[in-house]
Design a protein around this ligand. Sequence first.
Ligand code: 5GP
Length: 127
Amino acid sequence: MAYAYDTNNIFARILRGEIPCRKVMETEHTLAFHDIAPQAPVHVLVIPKGAYVNADHFALEASDAEIADYTRTIGKICQELGIRPGDGGQGYRLIANSGEAGIQEVPHLHFHILGGRVLGRMLKQAD
Ligand code: 5GP
């Protein structure tokens, strides 16, 4: 099934410059910015510039160049923010909520990078 992409979702509007964001990093295919309602001392959203609804849409339909750029940018952000365990950082969590069961609010792929504190167990309960 093909995904329908809502060109008016909030992240599409950020990409078009219609809404401001606190930018962390920008590359040819990727934009990263601070979450407006952070749930940890580090809470960065990483989005592809292409019109992808969620993680499986991106994984199956994005070009190799987009996927490589996106993945490397996530690594570089972790390095820059000092949360990378390989550099002595405390670690982090990478989350991509997708669809209804994943409780995805914005229908443009975004990975949350959460860190800066111990985050607790991944899934505590089903709300
Ligand atoms: P989701 O629930 O879709 O995985 O996450 C959406 C995230 O986008 C939430 O953490 C929310 O705080 C964030 N968010 C929603 N609107 C905006 C906005 O206008 N700017 C920024 N920077 N983050 C937003």
